[in-house]
Design a protein around this ligand. Structure first.
Ligand code: SF4
Length: 694
């Protein structure tokens, strides 16, 4: 029996597992002992990865839709040629930006790198990632505050912190291995604090829960900052030496009084002061945030308000501290740094002459071929399709018909496309309904490549199973279209994922995420390696747990972190008499992943999952409306759509709040086309709604 160590490609923890294989069949999957992330543990999703060994049928070939609506199965060569010809035809007819792509944080680093080369460089098209739906806010917050998209922590900080504060984050369900690290914390008297409108599974297990009103987090954070300043609970030396614009921030937050905060958040004065004291008393305070913060209409400033608290109290760059964004998907970090969408491979602006020269040199292409500007964002791509400006779309390993905010807008967009290529391991995903071409690709068990987890750790995905006839990977599908487009020498050095990894290493040289010291071989059977890891410093950086900012230097030109802030805004879509409740959304269970295309086939997940869309409703609200457990209600959204949900009655959501898991297509039928102004991440969490029974 062979043992192959590889990476779980669901969530951003990137657990490693040992797959035991006999006769090209996974006999068992065991979480890798000693791997610094998960050390012999993993969640039900990782344990069920072996179920995907049967997913792609042998002899899988592309399908092209015919005029009568049926599909014709074609050879891969014909499929590549069809897509390449159609992309060129559309560009000739409607202009360069009439074709676009949507990639994902689920792919390997090498797969979205080559997609970025073919689409962004060669075709000069727009390509965004579904990371826009989850991490764009943290990216922009990091860039503006720290000078680079560089979360500084290492997961061990959860074990070293004496005050762990989760804001809009529910790791018990969304990141169970991360929560396991919290449970391993041995610091005497350590406290776990949760700030969340819902009494989430994490809040139930915390020492303190602050159940504030929806979208009042920014107001609370500014009020807490004001109190810390008034009480002089500050690290003056750190502020002086390592930050800028603190005086302006001090003046700004004066208006965020306790009175204003109690009225806006629904928390009592005592609760807010208690939180202030908890932060002050902590010697190692760590702040952790996820989608509850990222998916809002003023999300970047909220993330930065968390960063501000860490900066002003000196809780950054030391063990057990930090303002730490928790990533969602397994390779969201890799996508941010290496997809060639918002920044060049390895970071840096598309307009930066030095970066242009360097990237062109590494890729062996003319500078003119490189992408010239950041991509149009996800919402602009969907709006562009609906406006008739974008005619061709190629999506990889993502399911926007389900996951896109206000998802009926994607449904209408899909019908307008002249070319709609869906590349996925499942042809049953909702997004494939209207595709004109389907590219079936193999699951992770049959792929090789690199992932980067939430703490900047690169790890290897290595093929566990041999591929059957005609089975190809995402990498090979994109490479095939690139060749059919006639890219010729522009694809020299891109022949395999390993070649691509070497190109990306070189692109990262001297950047904050420098990975030039990491080789393809060194990642195999390893503990993973966190960036930065520049060539020549391997010995000095040999530890398994490294954090950034230990010297107090950030990546801004002055090397100082920035206090950034802005007045709290009204929800662009406020509650009204017609829509008096608020729909919140998030994860439903540990076993279900996103749109369920993968976890639906895992029997023991499916057996315990609710089959139809449901939401949680407060006990009092249910009683007043004579609603019993699992009764059906129709929910009407201020976005003009409605959907039917079964009701689960609970005391864990507030009276005016409904909470719907994201795993059902009905959920995002109701969310609005509203975005953070800086990150363009959708505001998924606070939609005004009303409901009727029956
Ligand atoms: S889903 Fe996340 S926590 Fe679960 S096994 Fe995979 S990487 Fe680990």
């Amino acid at each position: 029996m062979k043992k192959i160590q590889s990476t779980c490609n669901y969530c951003a923890i990137d657990c490693n597992l040992d797959f035991y294989v006999e006769d090209n069949r996974v006999v068992k999957a065991v979480p890798t002992k000693g791997y610094p992330v998960n050390d012999g543990f993993c969640c039900i999703k990782g344990l069920s990865l072996d179920k995907q060994q049967k997913t792609v049928k042998p002899n899988s070939l592309p399908k092209i839709r015919q005029e009568d609506g049926s599909f014709r199965t074609v050879s891969w060569e014909e499929g590549f040629k069809h897509v390449a010809d159609k992309l060129k035809e559309l560009q000739e007819k409607y202009g360069q930006e009439s074709v676009a792509g949507i990639s994902t944080g689920q792919l390997t680093l090498e797969e979205f790198a080559i997609f970025g080369h073919v689409m962004r460089n060669f075709l000069q098209a727009n390509v965004d990632g579904n990371t826009r739906l989850c991490m764009a806010t943290a990216v922009v917050a990091h860039k503006q505050s720290y000078g680079f998209d560089a979360p500084g922590y290492t997961l061990q900080d959860l074990e070293l912190s004496d005050t762990i504060i989760f804001i809009g984050s529910n790791p018990v369900v969304a990141h169970p291995i991360l929560w396991g690290r919290v449970r391993q914390n041995q610091v005497p008297g350590h406290k776990v604090i949760v700030i969340d409108p819902r009494k989430s599974e994490t809040a139930m297990n915390a020492d303190y829960w602050y159940g504030l009103k929806w979208r009042s987090d920014l107001l609370l954070l500014y009020a807490v900052a004001n109190q810390l300043i008034e009480k002089d609970y500050l690290d003056h030396e750190f502020i002086q030496e390592h930050t800028e614009k603190f005086q302006e921030f001090r003046d700004f937050v004066k208006d965020y009084t306790l009175e204003r905060a109690t009225e806006g958040t629904g928390l009592s004065r005592e609760q807010i002061l208690e939180l202030v004291e908890l932060i002050h008393q902590g010697k190692r305070v760590s702040f952790w945030w996820t989608m509850g913060v990222n998916q809002g209409y003023e999300a970047v400033r909220t993330a930065q308000a968390i960063i501000n608290l860490a900066l002003m109290t000196g809780n950054i760059g030391k063990p057990g501290t930090g303002a730490n964004s928790i990533t969602g998907q397994c390779n969201a970090m890799g996508s941010r740094a290496y997809s060639n969408t918002a920044v060049f491979y390895g970071g840096g602006d598309f307009a930066n002459p030095a970066r242009r020269e360097r990237i062109a040199q590494v890729l062996g292409v003319d500078e003119e071929m490189l992408a010239k500007k950041p991509t149009k964002t996800y919402n602009q791509i969907i709006e562009g399709i609906n406006a008739g400006e974008i005619k061709g779309l190629w999506i990889l390993c993502t399911n926007p018909r389900h996951s896109w905010v206000n998802n009926e807008t994607f449904a209408s967009a899909a019908k307008k496309l002249e070319l709609f290529v869906v590349q996925d391991i499942y042809d049953s995903i909702e997004s494939a309904e209207d595709c004109t071409v389907f590219f079936p690709v193999v699951p992770g068990l049959k792929k090789e490549g690199t992932y980067i987890n939430l703490e900047r750790r690169l790890s290897a995905m290595r093929p566990v199973l041999a591929r059957g006839e005609n089975e190809i990977s995402d990498y090979e599908a994109v490479l095939g279209v690139g060749k059919a487009l006639g890219m010729g020498d522009a694809l020299k050095g891109w022949e395999t994922p390993r070649d691509c990894f070497n190109l990306m290493r070189e692109c990262s040289r001297n950047m904050p995420c420098d990975i030039t010291g990491i080789t393809w071989e060194a990642l195999e059977n390893s503990h993973g390696i966190q960036w930065p890891y520049p060539e020549g410093r391997e010995e000095e950086l040999s530890g398994d747990q490294r954090r950034l900012y230990e010297d107090g230097n950030f990546f801004t030109p002055s090397k100082k972190a920035q206090f950034l802030f802005e007045e709290v805004r009204e929800n662009p879509l406020p509650r009204t008499e017609e829509f008096p409740y608020v729909l919140n959304t998030g994860r439903g269970s540990v076993g279900q992943w996103h749109t369920q295309s993968r976890t639906r086939e895992v029997k023991f997940v499916e057996d315990v999952s609710v089959k139809k869309a449901y939401l949680y409703m407060n006990t009092d609200l249910a009683r007043e409306n004579q609603i019993q457990e699992m009764d059906e209600i129709k929910v009407f959204s201020a976005n003009g759509q409605s959907a039917v949900f079964a009701v689960k009655v609970t005391d864990h959501v507030q009276y005016e709040e409904l909470y719907a898991p994201i795993h059902y297509i009905e959920c995002n039928k109701l969310t609005p086309s509203i975005y953070d102004p800086y990150s363009k991440e959708p505001s998924y969490k606070a939609t005004p709604v009303r409901f009727s029974k029956g």
